[in-house]
Each structure stands twice: as C-alpha cells, then as structure tokens.
Write a new protein. Structure first.
Length: 386
C-alpha cells in the first residue's frame, strides 16, 4: 500500500486560471504605476476592479439565464440554478442584502489594502504570498465554528502543521528583518497582512453561504457586490482631490510632447486591466462555489517555492541572505505540502490520515457495493451441486 497518493480533482483548471489571471493583473498594475506615473492611490484601479465585478458577474448570469430559458446546454460555469422563488427557503431579503454589503466591504478592503495603500517598503517583496496560508486557516475556522463544517483527521493535522509553519515564517522574518525596521513596524505590517487575508476569507465564506443556504446565483451575487463596490469607491474617493488626476496630467504631458501614442497605450493597458478583473472575479467566485474557500486559498500559496526563487534571484529579496532564503524556501515547501493534504490532493496513509478522505470513503463504498454481487455469483455457481 502506497504511503502517499496523489489525487487530481476535476475543474482544478478554474483555480489555475484564477491564480494566473490574478498574477498577471498584479504585474500589469505594477507596470502602469511605474512606467506611466500613476500613483498607487489613484482610484482608477479600484473603479476598474468593481466594474469588472459588475460586468463579469452580469454577463455570465445572463448567459446562464438565457441558456436555461432556451433549454440549451451551458458549456461553461454549469451550476444548477433555481429560478422559482417558491423553491427557495433561505434567509430573508434584509439579511441577504446585509450579507452582500458586508461581502462587498471586505472585498473592497482586501483590494485597497493590498493594492493602493499598504506600505511594503523595506519588507520582503513576496511577504504577502508567504503569509497567504492564513486564508486556509481562517476559512477553516469560519466553516468549523460558524457554518458547522465537520473537521476530519487530516484537516486537524494540516491546520496544526500550517499554523506551526506560519509561526516559523514570522519568527524567521523577525530574526532576519532589516535593521531600520522597528519591532512595532514589523508587527503592524505582519498583523495587517494576516488581518487582510482574514477579511478576504470572510468575503469568500459569505459568497459560499449565500449560494448554499439562500440558493443565489454566484454571478448574481458578484454583480451586486460590484454595485455596492461602486458606492464604496465613491465614498472612499471623497476628499482626495480631483478624480483620476494622474491620468489627466499624463494626457496633458503626452499632448505637450506630441506623444499621444503613449497615452493610447495607457488606455489599452487599463482596458486590459478591466478585462482581467472580469476574469479574476468570475473564476474566484466559481472556485469558491464548486470547491470550498479553503481549496481556493491553496492556489494562492502552492507556487510560493517558485516565486521565492524568482524574487531572490531577480529582486535580491530576503536581504540577499542565503540562510534566510533557504529557511523560507523550506517552510514554503512544507506549507504547500500540508495545504495539499488538507484539500486531499495529497493523501497520506500513515496515522490513519486517509481514513476520512473522500478517496477512502469512495473506496469503501465501492467495496460495499460489490460485496453482494460477489456473494450472488458464488451462490449461482454452486446451484448445480446443491
């Protein structure tokens, strides 16, 4: 019997598309900020993100709705939908509205904190990647204690291991931090990142709850979140001077230098950012529904060992310290490993960690189903003798 089994699940491609869409969008955001003189606090990114939620969710929802009405097979995002209001037996409308507003708020907080305002200066470039296992831990706690999700043996083992690795990550980073970073600054930054991940898991858990309990279409939820996000964006931009001032100034500068082609390139990249926001948000909500937020969170840190190498070689991250790099790399490999155990992509047969996995349950069900058939075959073969 093999000690380790590898089990790839269906539809994992959706999470891969979500992750690389998110990564490309982040790289595109950096390019726009650095090469087109757009400040991180410019609200254009925020508005494009929430508009991506509205249009991304609305287009897929209308596609599903029309396909259902015309009785056509839905090729993508084939989620069973309930359109008859009489069949719904969930929460009241007021509670649903409050939950959507909260989901939108935490989504906005996560985006603005990580993209617009958070100070990463003098800290590791990949620290937000290396701490993202917080999402699996916090999602699990929400599902266990709020939504009464059953925690199995391999879940407990994985969460304890992930918590220990996360603790070691923080301790090692504190030991090798730059001299100009005070303990207060270090604690503020690391607490801020972990809290930001926690807020993001609340958003994911609310989306899952609204679909499972209130039978709402996930892409309808996404559109409503985007509408609320527009309102939050307007409130957030009040008091920050002229809206999109950096883009206006950049246009005037290009016009003066007779280089309007560079401004057209900026508009194209912003449009591409909007398209990527549609894709990222659509695939994120889909991954949350067909899997669980814990499985969706795995894709955020499973590639960390590769990213660590890139940041160390290309960006001289980890202060150029080989010991710091190798310790962090070692821990990230273990975090990815334990995350795969939690989500049953890797199944360990030792210490009965495989006993409550879906793979083992399926195997036992097949054995039970085949047992009567085997008995009947033996009886039939002995009928002539009797």
């Amino acid at each position: 019997m093999a000690l380790i089994k590898i089990q790839l699940k269906k539809n994992i491609g959706y999470m891969v598309v979500y992750f690389f869409g998110l990564l490309i969008r982040k790289i595109l955001c950096i390019i726009i900020k650095e090469y087109f003189e757009i400040k991180p606090s410019e609200f254009i990114f925020l508005y494009l993100m929430v508009l991506g939620e509205i249009f991304g969710g609305l287009l897929i929802y209308l596609y599903q709705y029309n396909s259902n009405r015309n009785r056509k097979k839905i090729k993508y995002f084939g989620i069973n939908l309930i359109y008859n209001k009489k069949e719904r037996d969930g929460d009241g409308k007021i509670k649903i509205v409050i939950l959507i507003i909260l989901a939108s708020f935490f989504d906005m907080y996560n985006y603005t904190f990580g993209t617009m305002y958070f100070p990463y200066k003098d800290f590791s470039d990949c620290i937000d990647f290396r701490l993202s296992s917080t999402q699996t831990i916090s999602s699990s706690l929400i599902f266990i204690y709020v939504l009464k999700y059953k925690m199995k043996r391999h879940h407990k083992f994985s969460l304890i291991s992930l918590g220990a690795c996360l603790f070691l990550t923080i301790v090692i980073d504190a030991i090798f931090k730059k001299d100009n970073i005070t303990i207060g600054q270090f604690c503020f930054v690391y607490f801020g990142i972990c809290f930001n991940d926690f807020c993001f898991t609340i958003n994911n858990s609310i989306e899952k709850y609204l679909v499972d309990i209130d039978y709402m279409n996930p892409f309808q939820i996404l559109s409503f979140q985007g509408i609320c996000g527009v309102l939050f964006s307007i409130l957030a931009s009040i008091g920050h001077g002229a809206l999109f001032s950096d883009i206006i100034n950049f246009y005037n500068k290009c016009k003066e230098n007779d280089n309007i082609g560079r401004f057209i390139l900026l508009i194209f990249l912003l449009f591409l950012y909007f398209i990527l926001s549609m894709i990222v948000n659509a695939y994120k909500v889909y991954a949350n529904i067909i899997f669980l937020p814990m499985a969706r969170a795995l894709i955020n840190y499973i590639f960390n060992p590769i990213f660590n190498i890139y940041f160390f070689v290309m960006k001289l991250d980890f202060n150029g310290n080989y010991l710091f790099f190798f310790l962090s790399e070692f821990i990230c490999i273990f975090i990815s490993f334990f995350g795969c155990i939690y989500n049953e992509y890797i199944i360990l047969s030792c210490f009965k960690l495989d006993k409550e996995t879906s793979y083992a349950i399926k195997e036992r069900a097949i054995d039970i189903e085949n047992t009567p058939t085997m008995i009947m075959d033996d009886i039939s073969s002995n009928d002539g003798d009797d």
